[in-house]
Design a protein around this ligand. Structure first.
Ligand SMILES: [Zn+2]
Length: 352
């Protein structure tokens, strides 16, 4: 939910202190590693940061703890000793971020109480109906602040709307292809606004640059929501390849890979499937582009050169394939094997 702009300066001040705590954690982590060749954990970090709220920082103690925990999570996620500094000013300023834990945010009369402040917001969800949990305040590129908060929602599981199972191959040229033959071309959210963005950058129009970036992000989000919702409404089980964006991001196709938003798409599919009672599984997609889904022989185009081959014919059974749709069939088959186990195991236990 969008927080009203009159609170921006207070939230920015909070964010500067968050950056200070983050950078303190970063520095301490490096120092401990250099001295003792080990990673300082969140619990130990907390002992160092606990005093901070008493020593003049205006942060909620839960926020200080959460910064330390998030720092440790990110550090192990990226396998690094040191993370990037959070920068409070200048051109490379980090967008504001103020996390909090369950219990730090309270709802009252259309506003939220947080760390001694009463904040007004555009309550587009009807917050009074929910039990507020952990979350954060975050700033976008235009300097607008948002409240992101998890809530407890009773899930009413009915039967899923669809009857069939589908495999989905995520790609670059086609954003995705399904085992039912649906192909959706990848929109170039970034590239078609690139000339405008470059012009704005040359002219030094910072506000315009920020607005363009926000527009790109919104377009991408709309696109991903639209297609993830449609898929969840159509099927009773969805299987998707585990294609790894970060390994591909180091290749020539990097810009398109980052533009594609695969991981966001998978996350959306996952939570939408969860609340709709649809099965969802990420499956290993190794060789899914090389194996013929009709006869199973590994006769498809191989290696980097093979990436440009869109259509091929199986040498063994002579079936003709679209590269992505064939891959989607293989992903579906792997997903079906998993699904049969899920359904068979409890059944076997009951029969035993
Ligand atoms: Zn074949």
């Amino acid at each position: 939910m969008r927080v009203k702009d009159k609170h921006a300066s207070w939230l920015s001040a909070q964010a500067r202190e968050v950056n200070f705590v983050w950078n303190f954690c970063n520095e301490l982590s490096v120092r401990v590693f250099e001295r003792e060749r080990r990673f300082i954990g969140a619990y130990e970090l907390q002992k160092f940061t606990d005093g901070a709220t008493k020593e003049g920082l205006g942060l909620h103690s839960h926020t200080v703890q959460e910064v330390g925990q998030e720092y440790c999570r990110r550090r192990s996620q990226f396998h690094k000793v040191k993370l990037r500094w959070r920068v409070s000013g200048g051109a490379r300023r980090s967008l504001g971020w103020v996390p909090f834990k369950t219990g730090a945010l309270k709802y009252a009369n259309g506003q939220v109480r947080f760390n001694g402040q009463t904040l007004s917001l555009w309550d587009s969800y009807g917050l009074s109906r929910y039990d507020l949990r952990a979350g954060n305040f975050s700033e976008d590129a235009r300097g607008r602040w948002y409240l992101n908060v998890t809530v407890r929602v009773p899930v009413q599981l009915g039967p899923p709307a669809g009857q069939a199972e589908v495999g989905i191959d995520l790609g670059l040229k086609d954003f995705f292809a399904t085992s039912d033959g649906q192909q959706v071309e990848a929109p170039q959210f970034y590239r078609d606004l690139e000339p405008k963005l470059a012009a704005a950058q040359r002219a030094g129009k910072k506000q315009r640059v920020r607005a363009l970036h926000a527009r790109i992000a919104n377009r991408r989000k709309d696109f991903l929501h639209k297609y993830s919702t449609a898929l969840v409404r159509k099927y009773r089980a969805i299987f998707v390849g585990n294609v790894n964006a970060s390994s591909l991001a180091q290749t020539r196709a990097a810009k398109s890979v980052l533009d594609a938003g695969w991981s966001t798409f998978r996350t959306m599919l996952q939570y939408k499937c969860d609340s709709a009672g649809v099965w969802f599984k990420e499956v290993d997609e190794a060789y899914s582009t090389q194996d013929c889904h009709v006869c199973g022989s590994r006769s498809g185009p191989k290696g980097l050169a093979g990436l440009s081959v869109r259509r091929w014919q199986c040498l063994h059974c002579r079936a003709e394939h679209d590269r992505d749709i064939n891959a989607a069939h293989n992903i579906r088959a792997r997903g079906m094997a998993w699904l049969e186990e899920q359904i068979a195991a409890p059944l076997a236990r009951r029969l035993a």
